[in-house]
Structures are given as C-alpha cells and as structure tokens.
Design a protein around this ligand. Structure first.
Ligand SMILES: [Zn+2]
Length: 405
C-alpha cells in the first residue's frame, strides 16, 4: 500500500548554505574580515589604474597582473550538521509482544523503518525492559519483553535509547542488567541507565559529523519510581549537572520522562525543568511519558519537545494512538529545523504507520494548536509540520541566544 504521508525529501540531505556569522567561534569572523580586506585592496588598485586612463579590457596585462596579485584564500569551512530522528515511548511487551510473536520484528516496524534510519542518529524511549527473568505482570503494567525483540530497534536503525523511565526496573536488578546486556550485544547505546547505579545519570558522549554530542536522561515524575537517574529536587543542582556536561560537548541533548499521563499540554513542572535545562546549556530537550503528543516550545531558541507520544504501544484509544516521528536537523550557527511527520498506531496492528491524508492533517492541526499555546509558530505543508529556530545576531556579533523566526 502506498504511504499516504512521507516527509518531504531533503531535510536530511539538503545542502548546507555557508554562513560566516557562526556563533561558535571567531574563526569564521576572522575569515570574513580578511576577505573584505583583500577585496578592498583589489578594488583600490583597479580604481587607480582606471583613473590613469587604462582600458578595462580583461586582456590588459596590467589588469591581469593586478588580478593575479590578489591571493586566493581557502574556502571557509562548511558549518557542521547533525540530523536526528526522535520518537516517544516504545513498549514491546503485552499486546505488542503478542503481535510481534505472531507477525515478526520486521513487520512491526517496516512501515517507518526506512525514514527512521535515514538520520545521522535515531533516538527513542525504551519503556519495556528486555529480559527473560524477573517480575512480569503485563495487565498491571509490570513489563519485560522478549530480548529477541531488540531486533525491532536494530531494524529501525536506533542508535540510542533512554532507560530513564518508570518501567526500566520492573523486572528487578537482574532483568535490568539483562536489558543493558542485550542492548550492548546489538550495539545500541543507552543513556539514563548503567550497571553501577550511581553512574546512571552520567552523560553519554557521541561524535557525529565532527560534532561532539552529549546526552543526558532523567525521570521527573510525581510518583515513586525506582529509576536510578532522576532530576534532583534541587533544580540548582540539576542546572550544575547540565552545565558541567555542556562544557564538554558542542551540542547537548537532554531527555526527560516527565509530565502527566494523557495530558495534552505540559505541566508547570515540565516547563520549569525544561526551561532550567535550556538555561543551563541544553540545546534540545526531548520529553516523553504522557503517552499523547504535547507541543513544542522554542525557549531561548532551543526546542523543547514536551511529549513525543506513543511510538509503539497498545493503548488503543484516540490520541494515545496518534503520534509522530520528529525529524530534527541542527546546523552550526543556524539553529534547528524540525519536521513533525504524523504516524498512527491502528488498534488491530499496533505498529506505527503513516495515516491517510484526512487523519494525517487532523493530527497536524491538533499538534499545531498545542504548539501555538506555547507561542510557537508552525507551518503545515506537504503533510508535515515545520518549525524553525534560528540564531539571533546580536549587535556586537557575540554569541547570542537562538530565537524563532
Ligand atoms: Zn512512563
């Protein structure tokens, strides 16, 4: 069946226009000054010659000599880029597990796998541990999935999952450690989890296209959760945690399992924590747990995705089965471009699929409304919602916070 909705080609392979006002450093600015200087010298020489009555004929040997005297400079380096596909909650147990057992790992992800894997990096929230041992009571939301189902993640090209959620320790310590082992086995990185409990909130660092990308993941829920990586009650301490990592990377992404289930708008606490993360240095905040979509806020030019909804889940009710793939592209000095590509999870199939146009557009309009409430300007075209966050250029040319166009 043809896919009724695909992201427009080009977000992940568009040519990157050169800019010289990169907020990252003086190198580009120095190049600009140098090029301007050379140009001025050349213009002055030409003007002198013309004033002396010489011809403008390009074949004039004096003009040729002037032209060859202008040194050619190396082209300035292209800004570095990072493309990311991010999705919400992935649960491979309960009805989804039965569906995978019946249809296979490839079937459950095949409608969207190609687009997920197209980015430099693919990220999601693994809401079900992968273990053969430990507590297991799916009707009461005590999850552990067949470890072989990790193949769903590898087939979709996931590079990293967060384990900082309210189900990571459902099967107990042995089940938790098995989850880490199975992710290690297939080469999928994880953040918000570690063999040593005290290290679960440590950052994971990755290098993509020459950019050092730091990752942090936490839970911040208002009920007791046995998750080893949690937002400290003292947000000052949390800011310090983030600022310390920001010093070690070019780009810092912070993931939060937070908010209220089924709320379509972020709570005050989500806003408080998300804003604190950005103020401390986060370049992007990725949220999940409400099991429905919540809007995107551009705060100080940095996107906060409050909730990315269910990506693979079996809740079978309206908005809980309407979700999206979030395609983000970061360009150094130019900020973020975000494309929201709707997906839905048909109750009889429980897998992400591209919805027919009427449903796709309804999801987009609803999502645009959520973003609008957060002050974010959106544009819907060709079946996707688009958001831009561009850098502001301050009067003194110094690094300025990003703002939305
Ligand atoms: Zn959760």
């Amino acid at each position: 069946m043809p896919r009724p909705c695909r992201a427009p080609a080009g977000l992940f392979d568009a040519a990157c226009p050169l800019r010289y006002d990169s907020a990252r450093g003086s190198r580009s600015k120095d190049m600009t000054v140098l090029r301007k200087g050379v140009l001025l010298v050349g213009v002055a020489l030409l003007a002198t010659l013309l004033a002396c009555g010489r011809s403008q004929n390009a074949a004039d040997p004096a003009l040729s000599a002037v032209a060859s005297a202008i040194p050619s400079l190396p082209a300035p380096p292209a800004p570095r880029t990072f493309s990311l596909c991010a999705v919400g909650d992935i649960m491979l147990d309960r009805s989804v597990g039965r569906m995978i057992k019946q249809k296979g790992c490839k079937w459950i992800i095949q409608e969207v796998a190609e687009d997920l894997a197209a980015a430099d990096f693919t990220f999601g929230n693994l809401e079900s541990p992968l273990s053969t041992v430990g507590a297991h009571d799916p009707p009461n939301c005590v999850f552990r999935a067949n470890p072989e189902y990790v193949k769903v993640l590898t087939l979709a090209g996931f590079d990293m999952v967060t384990l900082a959620n309210n189900h990571c320790t459902d099967p107990g310590r042995e089940g938790y450690l098995q989850t880490l082992k199975h992710l290690d086995r297939v080469g999928i990185k994880y953040v918000g989890g570690a063999r040593v409990r005290a290290q679960a909130s440590w950052p994971r660092m990755t290098t993509v296209n020459g950019l050092t990308v730091g990752w942090l993941a936490y839970t911040d829920l208002d009920f007791p959760v046995d998750c080893p990586s949690r937002v400290p009650r003292d947000l000052c301490r949390h800011r310090e945690q983030i600022a310390a990592v920001k010093n070690k990377c070019d780009l810092l992404i912070v993931s939060y399992h937070w908010g209220q289930e089924y709320w379509e708008h972020p709570s005050e606490r989500q806003k408080q924590v998300g804003h604190a993360a950005v103020e401390a240095g986060a370049d992007l905040v990725l949220g999940h747990h409400p099991h429905v979509l919540e809007g995107i806020e551009i705060y100080q030019g940095r996107p906060i995705l409050y909730s990315m909804g269910n990506f693979i889940f079996d809740q079978r009710q309206g908005p809980r089965m309407e979700s999206a793939i979030f395609q983000l592209r970061y360009t150094e000095g130019q900020g973020w471009t975000i494309q929201v590509v709707p997906v839905h999870l048909p109750p009889t199939r429980l897998r992400p699929e591209y919805p027919p146009p009427a449903k796709r557009d309804a999801i987009l309009r609803r999502f645009a409304g959520y973003c609008g409430r957060l002050g974010t300007t959106t544009e819907i075209a060709d079946g996707v919602l688009r958001i831009e966050a561009r850098p502001a250029v301050s009067a003194d040319g110094s690094s300025a916070p990003l703002t939305q166009n």
